[in-house]
Design a protein around this ligand. Structure first.
Ligand code: ADP
Ligand code: MG
Length: 239
């Protein structure tokens, strides 16, 4: 780990230094995250684990630049989020990051293909290229034949695969997933985890999964464990 607030660890996809987030709620201070310093390396599957309320989502939001720390700093691909304005952060999120949520986050009135195309529309990708990338992403997650289905016509596991395809279509370097298996039975969760592993192996994407699912911990190359907002342990998968 780096020795002071200015040091960056070489080659880290994401680095945090003394990351702290205090929420002020009705005169009370809640230390959701407390002095977390960690590095996440490219082309690995990293898990951030801990019980409910341990600060996982808070950490993920700070890494994504969706929230500001009370103290500390986050670097994504070597760039400090704290030194960027909101426009630069938005650009970084669009161009480098993909998101997958526990609740899938699909728009209910859009088909699977339209949902996958949303981030590409936001980036003004021309229609022909958009269609090709949507098709490729849906095929990659095994849903090429479900393109015209709407979320309510798909199972939970299929909806999560659409969400993975949506992240993939934007060609991110880093995928951030918040409890992606949380609403799935264990067999379906296993399949989602296998797909996230394939993102790492076949696409060279850095995958960060926030979860309290033991299956995620077993699959990850590196596990950072949070308790009460503090990083208490980092474990590496034995070869
Ligand atoms: P996890 O994702 O591990 O379940 P969170 O990061 O969501 O944990 O929350 C960590 C702590 O911060 C919890 O005690 C939670 O109640 C609190 N917290 C989270 N978001 C807010 C908020 N917007 N305002 C006040 N407290 C919050
Ligand atoms: Mg959470």
């Amino acid at each position: 780990m780096s020795a002071n607030g200015k040091t960056q660890t070489a080659n880290a996809a994401i680095q945090t230094e003394n990351l702290t987030r205090v929420y002020h709620l009705e005169g009370e201070d809640i230390r959701a995250l407390s002095g977390v310093s960690l590095a996440i390396y490219p082309c690995q599957l990293t898990a951030i684990v801990g019980r409910s309320g341990s600060g996982k989502t808070t950490l993920l939001n700070l890494i994504a630049g969706l929230d500001d720390p009370s103290e500390g700093e986050v670097w994504v691909m070597g760039q400090s989020l704290q030194k960027m304005d909101e426009a630069a952060r938005l650009a970084l999120r669009r161009e480098k990051l993909g998101f997958i949520f526990q609740s899938f986050g699909l728009l209910p009135l859009l088909t699977a293909a339209e949902n996958v195309g949303v981030p590409l529309r936001m980036r003004n990708v021309p229609a022909a290229e958009r269609e090709a990338r949507v098709r490729e992403a849906l095929e990659w997650v095994g849903l090429g034949r479900r393109a015209r289905h709407r979320p309510y016509e798909l199972s939970g596991g299929e909806q999560q695969r659409v969400a993975i395809a949506r992240a993939l279509a934007a060609q991110p370097q880093i995928v951030l997933a918040d409890e992606p298996t949380g609403q799935l039975d264990s067999q379906t969760g296993r399949r989602i985890l296998d797909l996230l592993r394939r993102l790492v192996i076949e696409r060279g994407i850095t995958v960060v999964i926030v979860s309290h699912d033991p299956m995620v911990m077993a699959e990850a190359d590196v596990v950072h464990e949070l308790r009460d907002g503090k990083l208490i342990e980092t474990r590496y998968k034995s070869a």
